[in-house]
Design a protein around this ligand. Structure first.
Ligand code: AMP
Ligand code: MG
Length: 488
């Protein structure tokens, strides 16, 4: 039996209380030798925790789920999901627990969630565990995304359990303590709908509306308004991924939040050389979740989400389907508008450049980048320098395509791009795949400095600083094709 502790922050159990059909009360597996590896102090403070307490052995106990804070009811959440298009009726938290919710210092309700806390009723064949490398990876990438201004779950801590975990090698077991505005997913609704209990589905939708889109409750058709807001949030989210060159890698419906936050950093990666067809995940053989397919995949998931909500849209099925189709079709325009406006910022071009001029210019640039294998992130940053008259970085990137680039740049410069605005839109530092791997490898030898240095770079991504050049450059030639893995 786990002990109860006072964490200095008031925990609640709203999800567990309001939706008992969608969770199983559970306890974390005991950790033989807990050890805190990384603590996100700024986030701890934002949540109202005393960072000193979290560093103490009682605090680490909370971060691992070994002691349950007063007011919390840890549960494994149930959800279904389409994985690579195949429907699985029962996924759920196989190795994770929702510890409870806290109200942060700004009054927002936040989930505190443990990933790698042991087998649950949903574990199927899995061991319920997580290992150090992938949990640090989620910490680094999620915090980088947050700093880039992209909605995401956050990472509070990574803690070693002291248990050795069998993967291809034997690796140190770890728990990631994750924070989200909620862990409601499209798959949560698929699970609720599949029970056939429409009152449960309605209660879940009401819970989601109250937590994420309270204004929808006042609409003429609240559930349709709710759905439209999720569509819009997801369209804007995926546009932001596309603007920074992020490939999520496993956009299954169980990995798509209702809040519009990015979740589940498994096989994700950032583009180095610009390649619209880039796929990093070892299991994505068809390229279903390739860079360029992400908007399409999101739209597909939202159509599955709409299907679960049909009975709430209208009593008449045909009417409900018509409403759903219309709402799903709202994805394209919102996505396009967010992406184009983001690209306008990246190119430093104010809104008064005519849309067709802008789109032609952008199309030409992307084609040039693709042909010359230009580094996606560095190119946009180098364009800012180019606009200021420092032409070397961009010309180095385009190499043999230099003359073609100069011709393009002449047309672009004629539109007077705003270099400072570009620097605020184009990051210098992203979690480069080779640097993430380097940091994780060092961490296996108890060497945390590379992780800390990488975090320092990517959590202030627009702020170019001396001495951080290696964090601003793409992978060396010998890094090869990057391959990522799920469920580790
Ligand atoms: P993910 O690919 O991380 O989104 O996980 C997909 C599903 O597999 C979820 O239901 C997870 O809880 C489950 N899962 C992943 N890894 C494990 C594991 N080691 N043990 C138990 N369940 C797992
Ligand atoms: Mg998942």
């Amino acid at each position: 039996m786990t002990a109860t502790t006072h964490a200095g922050v008031t925990f609640g159990n709203r999800f567990a209380r309001e939706l008992p059909e969608l969770s199983a009360p559970w306890e974390a597996e005991p950790a033989p030798a807990p050890h805190l590896v990384l603590l996100n102090e700024a986030l701890a403070v934002e949540l109202g925790f005393d960072a000193e307490f979290l560093r103490s052995s009682d605090g680490v106990s909370v971060l691992l789920g070994a002691s349950v804070p007063e007011g919390a009811t840890p549960v494994a959440q149930a959800y279904a999901g389409h994985q690579f298009g195949q429907y699985s009726p029962r996924l759920g938290d196989g190795r994770a627990l929702l510890l409870g919710e806290v109200t942060d210092t700004r009054g927002r309700l936040r989930d505190i969630h443990l990933k790698g806390s042991g087998r649950t009723a949903f574990a199927r064949g899995g061991d319920g565990r997580a290992v150090l490398g992938p949990m640090l990876r989620e910490f680094i990438v999620s915090e980088a995304m947050h700093a880039l201004g992209i909605p995401t779950t956050r990472s509070l801590s990574v803690t070693l359990t002291g248990r050795q975990v069998q993967r291809d090698d034997v690796l140190p077991g770890a728990v990631l303590t994750r924070v989200a505005s909620s862990h409601l997913r499209v798959g949560s609704f698929q699970f609720a709908r599949a029970t056939g209990d429409l009152e449960l589905l309605r209660r879940l939708a009401d819970h989601a509306i109250a937590r994420h889109f309270p204004s929808a409750a006042k609409a003429a058709n609240p559930y349709l308004a709710f759905f439209e807001r999720v569509v819009s949030a997801q369209a804007k989210l995926v546009a932001q991924w596309m603007l920074v060159g992020f490939v999520h890698g496993v956009m299954n419906t169980d990995n798509m939040t209702i809040s519009g936050e990015t979740i589940d950093y498994g096989p994700c990666a950032f583009l180095d050389a610009f390649d619209p067809d880039a796929v990093f995940s070892s299991i994505d053989l068809q390229g279903r979740y390739s860079f360029r397919n992400q908007p399409h995949a999101a739209g597909w998931n939202l159509a599955r989400f709409a299907e679960t909500l049909l009975p709430l849209f209208a009593d008449d099925e045909d009417a409900a389907v018509a409403l759903a189709e219309q709402a799903v079709s709202g994805f394209g325009p919102v996505y396009q508008e967010a992406w184009v406006s983001g690209m306008r910022s990246k190119l430093g071009l104010p809104g008064d450049v005519a849309p067709d001029t802008f789109e032609r210019l952008l199309g030409e640039l992307l084609t040039l980048m693709q042909r010359s294998g230009a580094d996606y992130t560095s190119t946009f940053r180098a364009l800012g320098a180019y606009a200021r008259g420092n032409r070397t970085p961009a010309l180095d990137i385009f190499g043999e395509a230099g003359p073609a680039f100069r011709t393009w740049a002449q047309a672009w410069l004629a539109l007077s791009p705003n270099a400072s605005a570009m620097d605020a839109a184009n990051p210098v530092y992203i979690p480069r795949n080779h640097l993430v791997e380097e940091a994780l490898e060092a961490a296996l030898d108890d060497e945390l400095e590379p992780t800390r240095r990488l975090l320092a770079a990517v959590t202030a991504p627009f702020d170019e600083r001396p001495g951080l050049d290696r964090y601003a450059t793409g992978a060396p030639q010998d890094f090869g094709d990057y391959v990522t893995f799920c469920g580790t």
